[in-house]
Design a protein around this ligand. Sequence first.
Ligand SMILES: [Zn+2]
Length: 73
Amino acid sequence: MYPWRGWPVQSARTMAAPVTECENCGHSDAELVEVQRVYLHPGDDDRPDRVDVVEVPEWWCVSCVTQYPCRPR
Ligand SMILES: [Zn+2]
């Protein structure tokens, strides 16, 4: 196994192309929003008991931003 196999191709791809697909649903969209994914843990009274914000930002399409819990950057 050669560790460098396939590396130039992947590198060129990641460097040339900015994110064009939603990282949540994979939908191609020109308008992506940088957000931090938020996990809500429902409590007893239907209100979030605990909220976890993922440190690493993701690019989401507008539809995901409105449908799933997240925090705009
Ligand atoms: Zn999406």
